[in-house]
Design a protein around this ligand. Structure first.
Ligand code: DC
Length: 219
């Protein structure tokens, strides 16, 4: 059984997906980590233009993913893929058709025969169109920027709040307007606005929807 959570950057998808998976006894898949791992490799190579023959290059790139962890060519990169350099590059990398094809292939294979809560931008549309329950999680951009600001503050990173809001808006624009696998709510997705709600309140709402649907299916 697959539950998908899509939506814009900083809406709380990862935290919500992880908690919901824990409550349902499902596995959790963070697909943004996959795009971030490819972006990290390109950043190390000196930018997206440096991967000569990107189409073949991506097929040969060795990556391993486990819930909450990522490895690139055998090296654990779980923390490094969250760097600001990777964040700045990742939505450009995610526009590449061949990158998407490879990662969507990994995601589909991972979902086979598993009970999964998966989060990203295209999970309910391109990757798991027949998912049991789909959510599209949104939140006001100022609240998303503030959440990110606090996260970075805790890590001792000083940033400007307006600049953060601008970066988030720009990343959303790129994610929503790309040709392949754009960020869009599936027609049958349930729209959840987390503005002004705690994580626990949001997880409660999602869990209720899943349980209602389960009860309905078993009737
Ligand atoms: O959720 P995140 O911030 O870790 O995602 C990083 C980027 O990866 C995001 O800007 C868009 C891209 N992405 C995507 O295109 N498709 C997905 N399923 C997940 C993420």
């Amino acid at each position: 059984m697959i539950v998908t959570i899509d939506g814009p950057a900083g809406a709380g998808k990862s935290t919500v997906a992880k908690m919901l998976a824990g409550r349902l006894g499902f596995e959790f898949l963070d697909t943004g980590a996959m795009y971030r791992t490819v972006a990290l490799e390109l950043l190390r190579l000196g930018g997206i233009g440096q991967a000569a023959g990107l189409d073949q290059w991506i097929d040969g790139l060795e990556m391993v993913f486990e819930p909450g962890r990522a490895w690139l060519r055998g090296e654990e990169v779980t923390r490094e893929i969250r760097s600001s350099g990777v964040t700045a590059l990742v939505s450009t990398v995610a526009e590449h058709g061949q990158v998407r094809r490879r990662l969507v292939g990994i995601q589909k294979a991972y979902g086979k025969g598993r009970s999964l809560v998966t989060e990203g931008r295209d999970q309910g549309t391109a990757v798991f169109p027949f998912a049991f329950c789909k959510f599209f999680l949104i939140a006001d951009v100022n609240e998303r920027a503030l959440r990110r600001f606090r996260e970075l503050e805790m890590q001792g990173v000083a940033v400007n709040l307006d600049e953060l809001a601008h970066q988030i808006t720009e990343r959303d624009r790129r994610d929503a307007t790309r040709e392949i696998g754009p960020m869009v709510a599936a027609q049958d997705a349930i729209l959840i606005d987390s503005t002004g709600h705690s994580i626990v309140q949001v997880v409660d709402t999602l869990e209720n929807h899943v349980n209602l649907r389960r009860a309905h299916v078993h009737d």
